[in-house]
Design a protein around this ligand. Structure first.
Ligand code: FE2
Ligand code: FE2
Length: 208
């Protein structure tokens, strides 16, 4: 069997759907590769800044790595703006949906709402509300998103910064997206891991 017999799904029989299932599982396994490759689309997504959106993403991830952040945080920093290409009005939500089956809830939530937290740095300068983020003030991950923006997101527009190469992050992306989807031991609702781990940061600095 090379393909299903049906032309409308309602015509499909058990043989058709049993044939499709392993193909879908196999395709889903390669999602990490596809996501990593799609990062190149960020190279041309925005103009006007001193670095590209891809440069900003790599710089955010580099800072996270050098701060000793764990793999979820580093991949979160790398992917937080992937929605800019196809979802410019809700790019955080877009990226969060991509991450949701494979990453800690803390990082997914931070990604989902980071655009409102970024407003703290510019909205009041153009007549907007700097404190849009305050609607999340009581959320368990509020402080984490504040730190994410302060340490990595708003800080990563510097063409002179010594970024790690994009390829450095490929194995980390593969690690995350080869996890069992929706594994409770990965999602860990309510768990808060630090963005900065000085001991790990020192180890990585020594190994570099
Ligand atoms: Fe963003
Ligand atoms: Fe960003």
């Amino acid at each position: 069997m090379e393909h299903v017999k049906f032309t409308e799904m309602k015509q499909g029989d058990a043989e058709d759907y049993e044939f499709l299932h392993p193909l879908e599982v196999e395709y889903a396994k390669e999602v990490g590769e596809r996501i990593f490759d799609s990062l190149s689309d960020l190279e041309s997504s925005f103009s006007g800044y001193q670095i590209s959106r891809l440069g900003h993403s790599v710089q955010s991830a580099t800072r996270a790595w050098r701060d000793g952040a764990d793999v979820d945080w580093v991949v979160c920093a790398l992917l937080h703006d992937i929605g800019d290409v196809q979802a410019p009005y809700n790019h955080g939500e877009y990226a969060a949906l991509v991450m949701e089956p494979f990453m800690r809830e803390q990082c997914v939530w931070t990604t989902q709402v980071h655009a409102d937290f970024q407003k703290y740095y510019y909205a009041h300068k153009v007549g907007g509300d700097q404190n849009t983020r305050d609607k999340f003030r009581d959320h368990i991950y509020f402080d984490d998103c504040v730190d994410f923006c302060e340490l990595w997101d708003q800080a990563s527009f510097d063409p002179a910064y010594d970024d790690l190469p994009l390829e450095f992050f490929r194995p980390l992306v593969m690690e995350v997206f080869s996890r069992e989807p929706y594994d409770p031991d990965v999602l860990r609702p309510g768990a808060r891991e630090p963005l900065v781990n000085d001991a790990v940061a020192a180890q990585r600095k020594q190994a570099a």
